[in-house]
Design a protein around this ligand. Structure first.
Ligand code: CTP
Length: 398
């Protein structure tokens, strides 16, 4: 997660900066806001302070109020992994393009080594003005990024290109900042529960939400991997740049994974696969009777065990969600299924388990290594798992 400065300049779209700050916070980024004098005519520092959970910076000479930075603009400039100017007025774009630095935001932009992105918002004629366009070109050539405005109704009553990009689009630039250390790596991730049909209206399943598998797929795609996500039914959003193969039953998942296996470099099996399915699937809805009912189940294929048996060059990571004797069960699965790693967690713990946003995982390696991860968000946990499989893949690669 990144340290983001949101620099707000004086345009009506400033109110959308509040939405952006809220969104970035939800995504787990640390946000600090700098406002120009004109920005404060449109929204108040208190709004951004509340949404970011941090003091808002408005003046070069604020050191007494915020003693944490020795020299404010330098401290902020160093802290930032990324600076977003939202909205960027014609005036502010012109100022930076010509090397002017006469307030906190412009000095910070000048002093930072972090990537800076401008999200212009202005009247369409103003945006089309050759002087504004020339300033934008100067900034692009100097390596500054832009999130271009879109066509739409503008506050001045006209319609045209000048409407600021949505907060979601602006936030998406952060995804492009990740180091592309998984470029060229072909990863198959399985996620979610499976559904084993009993009759046309019923099925057997489990509590898996898919969050962990989807987090792995998202982080790997952000790091440049080619990701195929084989997922049972899940309400998670499909991450950008990930190929989704939706499946229902364990047998569907088995077929989909088998198809992907030969081309895969790494397989991570985060899915909670049903070990059994109903022996018969009723064509019609099963009707109740007075007595009890016994359901006969038959074994599903163990997908991971099959992958282990047919392993060639692939790195294999399995999951073990346990309620007791975690280490012993995990090590048993690591050996039995010929895995390179098993990521084990105790689903009875407060921070781990189905539907939670955090996880506490211990990873056991086939080489005897043990990696005890602390309580982490599922995104950060995903990155740690990816670091391990990536290292193993790089070591194995001829
Ligand atoms: N798994 C699988 N196919 C199955 C069952 C499990 O591929 N039919 C995979 C899971 O995706 C997970 C790992 O095997 O990565 C361990 O799953 P888990 O259900 O914990 O283990 P099981 O081998 O089913 O053992 P048990 O049910 O006895 O705990």
């Amino acid at each position: 997660m990144a340290n983001v400065i949101v620099g707000v300049t004086g345009g009506i779209a400033a109110y959308k900066a509040a939405e952006l700050v809220s969104l970035l916070g939800k995504q787990g980024h640390a946000v600090r806001c700098i406002m120009t004098d004109a920005a404060q005519q449109f929204i108040t520092p208190l709004t951004l302070q509340t949404l970011s959970g941090n003091p808002v910076y408005t003046s070069m000479f604020q050191m007494q109020e915020n003693p944490e930075w020795q020299v404010e603009h330098i401290g902020l400039a160093r802290w930032a992994d990324c600076v977003l100017i939202v909205p960027a007025t014609a005036d502010f774009i012109g100022k930076v393009a010509h090397g002017l630095a006469d307030d906190l935001l412009s000095t910070c932009v000048m002093a930072t080594a972090a990537p800076v992105f401008f999200a212009p918002a202005m009247n369409d004629q103003m945006y089309a003005n050759p002087l504004v366009q020339r300033n934008i070109d100067i900034l692009r050539e100097a390596g500054y990024g832009f999130v271009d405005p879109v066509e739409g109704n503008l506050a001045c009553g006209t319609s045209g290109k000048g409407k600021m990009a949505s907060p979601e689009r602006i936030a998406a630039v952060l995804e492009t900042l990740r180091e592309q250390d998984m470029k060229g790596v072909r990863l198959v991730v399985t996620a979610g529960p499976t559904r084993e049909v009993l009759d046309p209206v019923r099925y057997l399943t489990n509590h898996s939400s898919g969050k962990m598998g989807y987090a792995i797929a998202r982080q790997a795609a952000n790091r440049g991997a080619d990701v195929v996500l084989v997922s049972g039914p899940s309400s998670q959003a499909v991450p950008a740049n990930v190929t989704l193969v939706p499946v229902q039953s364990a047998r569907d998942m088995f077929e989909a994974v088998k198809q992907q296996y030969a081309q895969a470099d790494i397989v991570i099996k985060a899915a909670a696969v049903a070990d059994y399915r109903p022996k018969t699937v009723a064509a019609q809805k099963i009707k109740k009777s007075d007595g009890d009912m016994v359901l006969e189940l038959e074994r599903n294929p163990d997908i991971l065990a099959w992958l282990g048996e047919h392993k060639n060059h692939q790195i294999l990571m399995g999951f073990a969600a346990e309620t007791n004797d975690v280490k012993q069960h995990a090590l048993g699965k690591l050996q039995r299924k010929h895995l390179d790693f098993i990521a084990a967690n105790d689903v009875t713990q407060q921070h781990s388990g189905f539907g939670k946003d955090t996880n506490q995982i211990t990873v056991y390696g086939a080489d005897g290594s043990v990696h005890e991860l602390p309580v982490l968000s599922k995104e950060d946990a995903a990155d740690c798992l990816l670091n391990l499989v990536l290292e193993a893949y790089q070591n194995r690669k001829p």
